[in-house]
Write a protein that binds this ligand. Structure first.
Ligand code: AHM
Ligand code: MG
Length: 333
């Protein structure tokens, strides 16, 4: 494991504080908030690692706001994040993929300034079969031009370019955290012996080219013609295909190895399946910070203004040149 160029071993908490020193106006509130997220992901990871022996596999019997069956671990992850962040006095609004409405955090210090959005456990279909899953988060400032009587939703419906930070934790063969505050992407591995995320790569750069595409090709017949043509062409040019079915894991591989991940509109999900606020925006922020790109096939993901909290979007994300190539096929298709 590589050490920090300046200080040797660096934990994520230290790294966040150092990053904040580059911002003279920083109050420390933001690092406090991020440390709440890392604490929550460590608790979730301990549940994930013991899932088979603690009777937390399987469904709860309930559906979430998206109409999807809720897994027991989905619920545990959601409650863990709510519990860890609900007590950090500076958060104003918490929004989860699993909940119908934004949750306003009431605290003694008045109303907090931040909006935290998260997908507590991404890759639900992989939970019970021991395949990589993850947690995704995105942080915004509350808008200053919104009155309390307008309700919390207006604070939440901001385009991705307003994100202050975003990141994910992938619970894979090891547990890795990646985050950005708009100053590059930094990656940490959880050292289970000391219970800390330790820096292993600063300023991660996504390879600009990569001959791997990642898509659920079973839906191929209902993809837009341009996507079908791209897939056909890629097969004649020695591409590989990799698809895990957890965005967090498919994105993590794409970030490190290059290539492109696609979830286009399909007959079943005409708007795409992935959620703009909890999945596409944070990953788009990370991709761009690593030199990659993210679009919905027409527009830059981070410039889309969400109309509602659980809005879905098509997603094409990865190496810049590969995303551009997909666009060329879409324009011809
Ligand atoms: P989830 O948040 O309920 O887990 O759903 C999102 C997941 C993504 O992680 C993944 O990219 C996608 O759904 C896979 O969908 P499909 O099974 O249609 O390929
Ligand atoms: Mg998800």
């Amino acid at each position: 494991m590589a050490s920090h160029p300046k200080h040797g071993l660096v934990t994520v908490a230290q790294h966040i504080i150092e990053q904040q020193r580059n911002h003279p106006t920083a109050t420390g509130q933001f690092s406090w908030l991020l440390s709440g997220i890392t604490l929550a992901t460590k608790i979730i990871e301990s549940h994930v690692r013991r899932a088979g022996i603690t009777n937390v596999l399987g469904e709860t019997g309930e559906s979430n706001v998206q109409g999807e069956l809720v897994q027991k671990l989905d619920l545990i992850a959601n409650e863990t994040i709510m519990r860890c962040l609900g007590y950090r006095g500076n958060i104003g609004i918490l929004v989860s993929e699993e909940e119908d409405e934004p949750r306003i955090i009431k605290n003694t210090s008045g109303s907090g300034n931040y909006v935290v959005l998260f997908d507590p456990l991404d890759g639900s279909s992989n939970i019970d079969v021991n395949v990589s899953i993850g947690t995704i988060f995105s942080i915004l400032h509350k808008r200053e031009d919104v009155w309390p009587s307008d309700g919390p939703e207006k604070h939440v419906l901001q385009p991705g370019i307003r994100q202050l930070a975003a990141g994910y934790v992938v619970y894979g063969s090891s547990t890795v955290l990646a985050y950005t505050t708009g100053d590059g992407v930094h990656m940490f591995t959880l050292n289970p012996d000391i219970g800390a995320f330790v820096l292993h790569q600063e300023g991660v750069i996504m390879p600009d080219v990569g001959k791997t595409y990642s898509i659920n090709e079973a839906y191929r017949a209902s993809f837009p013609q341009g996507i079908q043509d791209y897939l056909e062409w890629a097969k004649t040019d020695n591409y590989s295909q990799r698809y895990i079915g957890s965005l967090v894991a498919d994105f993590h591989r794409t970030l490190l190895r290059g290539g492109v991940f696609l979830y286009p509109p399909t007959k079943k999900s005409p708007e795409g399946k992935l959620r703009l606020l909890y999945e596409a925006n944070p990953m788009a922020f990370l991709a761009e910070q690593a030199g990659g790109a993210a679009t919905d096939g027409q527009h830059r993901i981070m410039e889309k203004t969400p109309q509602h909290m659980h809005e879905r979007t098509p997603l094409i994300i990865g190496s810049k040149s590969e995303v551009e190539r997909v666009h060329q096929f879409l324009e011809k298709g």
